[in-house]
Design a protein around this ligand. Structure first.
Ligand code: RNT
Ligand code: ZN
Length: 416
């Protein structure tokens, strides 16, 4: 079937495929730099293990080891993905010129000037993240530490990151979503659950006392249920993060990572729950298998349902970022596949007869709703997806992987 036949089939249901394609082309989705190097960054010793409740598994050859390698890999990925990517950096990806290394509390915008050039040359916006993990100053807590010096160090890091986020937003002319996540927590049953949470709350207050324009810099608070090594207690739990955002709605927004909930909870349902109260929210899209395993995003049921809620609630109200890291397969393939799959999910969602489905529900036509929603799955979606890739000038499914194989042979294989 060709695109024009597919278009007719959708149009018979009142769905405009051209409009869906043109909407999706303009929706920014943040591309996380950390898939390329297993969340290592450039500011600490790469031989040390990751710490702070975050873990990559696998040792596939070809990890990016330098800024130039990571940027080259990002270019390869961006040649294979349709849509409007936005960079997403962690503070640990600061680029030092060899003599100007500083610790995280002293980071300045200039340490990100090479990234600004990278983004400007490619017309990209950029999101940002303070890095509260994999660092000697994790004692093991950071913002929730009982040690005032440790807290001060990490608060200064947070404030420096607000200044860097302002710089990124102003230089690139797009808002910068700045996400605060710490892995603070305990492996075993705590003797005090309230103390660390009060300290965490006060520390975030101090970070957000650094001046910024909320239209340009959007701080987020990301929650988590547990992490490796912090199984018993997480300071920034769901209730903590959501309450913080609700009580400080003029300063920050909540961020949900769909790997950070109990396995039968679904973030698709939480999106409209939060949007009943917040003007906008932020998301980390990942694929949890039994836990926050950060597997590559698939075009699966829950990913589609998340995208459907984003579209139904108003696509501009959700700041979308990808967040997964798989070191067991070719990293470029992992990056590309997850990004393309979320693009697919958004396109699939934009091809739903939203008003009709809502009307069926409101009229109590539940049998019709049930049949109609499921039958939408067998419309010729693949032809519309191919058209979208073509319009964006990007390769089709079953074409892009050959480019990854060539890049592996020509570039990645030389890195070991
Ligand atoms: C960890 C959180 C966090 C990180 C990134 C690297 O569980 O999801 O968002 O993945 O900041
Ligand atoms: Zn996340």
């Amino acid at each position: 079937m060709s695109y024009s036949d597919a278009k007719k089939k959708y149009s018979a249901l009142g769905i405009d495929t051209d409009a869906a394609i043109s909407t999706l082309k303009g929706v920014p989705v943040s591309l996380h730099c950390w898939q390329g190097d297993d969340v290592r960054g450039f500011d600490t010793d790469p031989s040390k293990p990751l710490t702070g409740g975050i873990q990559t598994t696998g040792n596939y050859p070809g990890r990016a080891r330098t800024p130039d390698e990571l940027m080259a890999d990002l270019d390869e990925v961006m040649s294979l993905i349709p849509g409007t990517p936005k960079m997403n950096l962690h503070a640990s990806y600061a680029i030092f010129d060899g003599t100007d290394w500083v610790d995280r509390d002293k980071l300045e915008p200039k340490h990100f000037s090479k990234w600004v050039k990278f983004c400007k040359d490619r017309g990209l916006g950029c999101d940002f993240n303070p890095t509260f993990f994999s660092h000697p100053k994790c004692d093991p807590l950071t913002l929730a530490s009982p040690n005032a010096d440790t807290r001060k160090f990490w608060i200064e890091h947070g404030k420096a990151c607000i200044r860097i986020s302002t710089y990124l937003a102003e230089e690139l002319g797009q808002p910068c979503v700045m996400n605060i996540w710490t892995g603070d927590g305990f492996k075993d049953v705590p003797g005090d659950r309230l103390g660390p949470r009060v300290r965490y709350r006060e520390a975030i207050d101090e970070i957000l006392s650094e001046p910024y324009d909320f239209k340009k810099v959007k701080p987020c608070i990301e929650s988590k249920v547990f992490g490796i090594g912090v199984e018993a207690y997480t300071v920034g739990s769901a209730e903590f993060a959501l309450s913080y955002a609700a009580y400080n709605r003029d300063k920050c927004i909540p961020l949900m990572d769909n790997g950070h909930y109990h396995p039968t909870e679904v973030v698709s349902d939480k999106i409209p729950a939060l949007l009943a109260f917040f003007d906008e929210i932020a998301l980390h899209v990942t694929r949890p298998i039994r836990w926050d395993s950060d597997h590559v995003v698939l075009f699966d049921d829950e990913t589609r349902e998340i995208a459907r809620e984003i579209v139904r609630c108003g696509i501009g109200r959700v700041n979308i970022a990808l967040d997964y890291f798989d070191a067991s397969i070719n990293r470029i393939a992992a990056w590309t596949m997850g990004y393309r799959n979320f693009q697919k999910a958004l396109l699939f969602a934009l091809l739903q007869p939203v008003a009709e489905l809502k009307a069926m529900q409101d009229k109590g036509e539940f049998s019709k709703l049930f049949v109609c929603q499921d039958e939408l799955k067998t419309l010729p979606f693949g032809d519309v997806w191919d058209e979208y890739c073509g319009v964006c000038g990007k390769p089709l499914d079953r074409e892009w992987f050959a480019s990854v194989e060539k890049y592996e042979a020509d570039v990645l294989s030389g890195r070991n």
